[in-house]
Design a binder for this molecule. Sequence first.
Ligand SMILES: Cc1cc2nc3c(=O)[nH]c(=O)nc-3n(C[C@H](O)[C@H](O)[C@H](O)COP(=O)(O)O)c2cc1C
Length: 227
Amino acid sequence: MKRKRVLIVYFSLSSQTRNLLHGLSKGLGEYDIDVEWQQVKTKESLAFPFGSVAATLKMMITTLFRKRVAIEPLTEDCFYPWDIIVLAGPTWSYHPSGPILSLLDRDGEKLFKERTVLPFISCRGYWRMHNWGLRALLKKKGARVLRPIVFTHPVAEPWRTIGVFLKLAGKMPESGRSWFHHFYPKYGHSKKQVNDAKAIGLIIGKSIEEKKDLTSLRFPTPVTAGN
Ligand SMILES: Cc1cc2nc3c(=O)[nH]c(=O)nc-3n(C[C@H](O)[C@H](O)[C@H](O)COP(=O)(O)O)c2cc1C
């Protein structure tokens, strides 16, 4: 019997999406499934953090208008007829990130047409508009879009928003030396969430192996588990 093949296409600026994907891929890897990765690389390297409040504000405003970020070509292997493509990346100002928007513009039809696509979102906390927009773009390219997997940072507001902003601006809000640390112990996702991603990978892997209808898969949305 032909092994099922899954492609993970992702962009990740501060490694949060990538860490979760490692969990997901571990879960999938427990089944008889080939998992291949394609990182979406930007033509010009993007610094993380942005280094100042002004640079962070500028990035937030330009991304609010869905500014594209130029990307390198994908490898030819990506255009193989995968059983599932996981399309993963962060939310940037309520939208998919600039590199993922560029990917959809340039390769969307060739990559996603008639493919089953699983959107995978890593964000601080606001993912709905990103999800709607991404679904619409993927459908326009002819994809069959599954329900998304969404992970939000597991810290309460307003600390989460302030913490991410400070982190992007190059401060160390999670540093043990700051009073802020008490409210904001860590930037990004928790280890528990990486394990949750693995558990989701196991469910998807089992469903693929048992040839279940993946459109019926529904995961807790968002996955917010703490440390
Ligand atoms: C420019 C920029 C804008 C962002 N805007 C949002 C947003 O609108 N909503 C949100 O929940 N998170 C937002 N974030 C936070 C990221 O989505 C979050 O930190 C994510 O986990 C980063 O994933 P990555 O490390 O894989 O890039 C933003 C981050 C950046 C860099």
